[in-house]
Design a protein around this ligand. Structure first.
Ligand SMILES: [Zn+2]
Length: 304
């Protein structure tokens, strides 16, 4: 457990045994405990052990704040609620139907992950509707004794929200600020089906409007050079999107195009990072899926 401020910590979930791939934020005070993005069910034991180490139990948790419903962020929620049915789950209105009935979410994840699905994410259970607190991204809410501003931040996912906690100055941005492990390359996670470059840029502006002193990313951790980081994200998003656009005109199948793109990204990243670090990025945002999401974005706009 790493401390961000008094009563505000985060836990490395050691996703598939890898450090610095997936994090959960833990907000704790006398008023109760809140989590931001509890992670996938395959990490639930690690989450419970992490809570125990600072004297907390899952039964102390009152609120789960969801940045979005992708399984690496939210997969464990239904399983947690099965044994802790009093927890309130905060989710964007567009994500809520998929928490109540996760079949389509699971089905679309299975299309992306195939047979690897269970090993990666484990069980995905529904969340009872009465436990949901549905937000639009214009509200403020109290969780774990702290007040969070909510902003709608689509681009990576159409139901993505970010949370700003003014007293610490930290914005909890899920995947909207990208993936950056140990201060390395800022990778824009662009899996299908929701990628939208224009909305993503607006979301970054919305986060900047909070003037946060730091960003907390699920993949992975705290960034204090906020402006530089967000600029790198936007630059890299524009560059990878342009690369995918060009690839759509190139000969070959989509499989070949996405493989070439993945190889290019991997090569770029290896310049400044170890193989282990590049592997951690691949866990958080598999490179061939990044191509698919951007290809879908361009094709929806009639490119190629
Ligand atoms: Zn995501």
């Amino acid at each position: 457990m790493q401390t961000l401020a008094t009563g505000l910590s985060y836990l490395d979930l050691h996703f598939l045994g890898r450090p610095h791939a997936v994090a959960t934020v833990v907000i704790h005070d006398a008023a109760g405990v809140a989590l931001i993005d509890p992670g996938p069910t395959t990490c639930l034991e690690t989450l419970e052990q992490g809570l125990q180490r600072i004297g907390l139990r899952m039964s102390d948790v009152r609120t789960i704040l969801m940045t979005h419903i992708h399984l690496d962020h939210a997969g464990a929620t239904g399983t947690i609620l099965r044994t802790h049915p009093e927890i309130e789950v905060v989710v964007h209105e567009r994500g809520a139907p998929h928490m109540i009935a996760p079949e389509r979410l699971v089905e679309s994840a299975r299309r992306l992950w195939g047979d690897d699905m269970d090993r990666l994410w484990g069980e995905v259970l529904p969340v009872p509707e009465r436990q949901l607190r549905v937000v639009r991204g214009e509200e403020a809410l109290v969780a774990g004794g702290r007040t969070f501003q909510v902003a709608y931040t689509p681009g990576h996912a159409s139901h993505h929200v970010s949370y700003f906690e003014a007293s610490s100055g930290i914005a909890f941005v899920g995947d909207t600020a990208g993936v950056s492990i140990e201060g390395g390359y800022v990778l824009p996670p662009t899996p299908p089906p929701d990628i939208d470059l224009e909305l993503w840029r607006e979301s970054v502006a919305r986060i900047e409007a909070w003037s946060p002193s730091a960003l907390f990313m699920t993949h992975f951790g705290l960034v204090t050079a906020v402006r530089t980081h967000l600029q790198s994200l936007l630059d890299n998003l524009a560059a990878t999107a342009a690369m995918v656009r060009v690839s759509l005109e190139a000969p070959g199948t989509d499989e070949e195009r996405s493989a070439r793109f993945a190889e290019h990204v991997r090569r770029e990243m290896r310049r400044g990072m170890t193989d282990g670090q590049v592997e951690a990025y691949g866990l958080s945002a598999p490179f061939h899926l990044l191509w698919l999401g951007l290809a879908r974005y361009w094709r929806k706009r009639g490119v190629a």
